[in-house]
Design a protein around this ligand. Structure first.
Ligand code: GDP
Length: 462
């Protein structure tokens, strides 16, 4: 158990499951890898091998040990296992870490060994570096590397050196440049061997999401990293009011608008009063029902739920409550319990204010699908020294066009929209008022398109 002196009403010193996010470029194998991890767990373990939550999958320590064999001795660990967020990509990677909360504690950066680093890989690494999130690189698709030797006793080091050269050297470069705070000084082709001793919080694990090779190693390294780097942060107040993050807002038959979320501290109970981050004001409502999937048999079936009376960290849950329509993906969920509602509302507002931008300065209007991606977009713009006037979550609405219109320079009368739709009336208004709309699902491309446009304008003016 934890030696942390954090005491609780319920179980003193309880540790929760670290939450794992899978990031990487499109088509590099994020979804396949998650499926493989789930598949391996179900295949290897007995009943109860994994628990399917809402939006996430829990793989307990015993199951990881079953898969990893002698690599993981449960006696060496006191964390209960790993919880994987099912939706890959940084859209769901909210970075509300400032007050101890975060959607992901640890990450897997998936890189296709044949394709090397691509824009979304860089983007993901920027997010991880900025948030100081420990991560490992899953060098995926090793089954496609000619001459790869799929022996049970560890993949050939020579093959890694020759074939994933690009991954290694790119990673090396990026790591030196961006991730000073991570302790990796010399990422090299033999990193894979050293991470087995958990000497560093970055490593490269060759895997195949197709054949499953390397998956045991991946789980071993993740479990080891969590134990080494995350243990103290995993102390939770089991009996305390829950803290969580919204993953998705959606309609659920019979329950109206519901939120899928992850609880990372405390406990949420039916009838609890909760505060949920929303625009323009936080929502204060009462939990009507807590829903979780029925046991294992229906893996990935989103349709059938059972009601539960309480959910404790770290677990995924669907929350049914009145007035959830304006809840934002990536926003905080907080149970009020014996605190003042207004204090909790202030807390939630403060967390949101840290991410959403609204200034009197001149600059762009920015929209994104979740708070996590909004934060990533805004920080990338800041790094490129592109000023932002207003940044918020959601589809581009007429209000945003009106906002963009107030920028003084014509080039800043633009909206950068990441992974969201443009509402019809907003499009009409933009056409009418000459506000430029840029949309993309890759942050770098979105910014590139805008920069090209600015260049064109500047050239035209010369
Ligand atoms: P995502 O966009 O990152 O989630 O990528 P997907 O998991 O959808 O994978 C993209 C494509 O690569 C699919 O056709 C997969 O079948 C294939 N793929 C993923 N992992 C592997 C692998 O390890 N080996 C091979 N040969 N194909 C893979």
């Amino acid at each position: 158990m934890s030696d942390n002196d954090h005491t609780t009403e319920g179980e003193p010193g309880a540790l929760r499951t670290p939450i794992v996010a899978v990031l990487g470029h499109v088509d590099h194998g994020k979804t396949s890898l998650l499926d493989k991890i789930r598949g391996s767990a179900v295949h290897e373990g007995e009943a109860g091998a994994i628990t399917q939550h809402i939006g996430s999958t829990a793989v307990p320590l015993d199951t990881i040990s079953d898969i990893a064999g002698e690599l993981v001795d449960p006696d060496d660990f006191d964390l209960p296992g790993l919880l994987y967020i099912d939706t890959p990509g940084h859209h769901s990677f909210s970075t509300l870490r400032s007050r101890g909360g975060a959607l992901a504690d640890i990450a897997i950066l998936v890189v296709d060994v044949n394709d090397g680093f691509q824009p979304q890989t860089h983007e993901a690494m920027d997010i991880l570096a900025r948030t100081g999130t420990p991560f490992i690189v899953a060098a995926n698709k090793i089954d496609t590397v000619p001459g790869w030797n799929p022996e049970p006793n560890r993949p050939s080091k020579v093959a890694i050196e020759s074939q994933s050269d690009r991954v290694e050297s790119d990673l090396n470069e990026r790591l030196y440049e961006i991730i000073g705070q991570l302790s990796s000084k010399d990422i090299s082709a033999d990193m894979y061997w050293r991470v087995q001793d958990f000497q560093s919080n970055v490593g490269v694990v060759p895997v195949s999401a197709e054949t499953g090779e390397g998956v045991p190693d991946l789980l071993t390294v993740l479990m080891g990293l969590s134990q080494r780097y995350m243990k103290d942060e995993m102390a939770i107040d089991v009996g305390g009011p829950a803290a969580g993050t919204v993953l998705e807002v959606k309609d659920t038959q019979g329950f109206g608008t519901t939120i899928d979320g992850v609880i990372y501290d405390g406990t949420i109970q039916a009838n609890d009063t909760i505060v949920v981050g929303a625009k323009p004001n936080s929502i204060v409502t009462e939990v009507r029902a807590l829903l979780q999937p029925k046991p294992l048999a229906e893996i990935r079936s989103d349709e059938e739920f059972e009601q539960v009376s309480e959910v404790a960290a770290a677990e995924g849950v669907k929350i049914a409550a009145p007035d959830l329509d304006d809840a934002m993906a990536g926003a905080p969920i907080r149970v009020v319990r014996d605190r003042d509602t207004s204090d909790v509302v202030d807390l939630v507002q403060q967390e949101l204010a840290d991410i959403e931008v609204s200034t009197d300065d001149d600059g762009l209007t920015v929209k994104a699908d979740t708070l996590g991606s909004l934060e990533a977009l805004v920080s990338t713009l800041e790094e490129s020294e592109i000023p932002v006037m207003d940044a918020s979550v959601g589809d581009v609405a007429p209000r945003d066009v009106r906002m963009a219109e107030t920028a003084s320079s014509s080039q800043e009368q633009s909206i950068l929209a990441f992974n969201v739709d443009v509402l019809d009336d907003a499009q009409q208004l933009a056409d009418q008022e000459d506000v430029r709309l840029f949309g993309h699902d890759v942050i770098y491309r979105l910014i590139e398109e805008y920069e090209e446009y600015v260049e064109e304008i500047e050239e035209a003016q010369q």
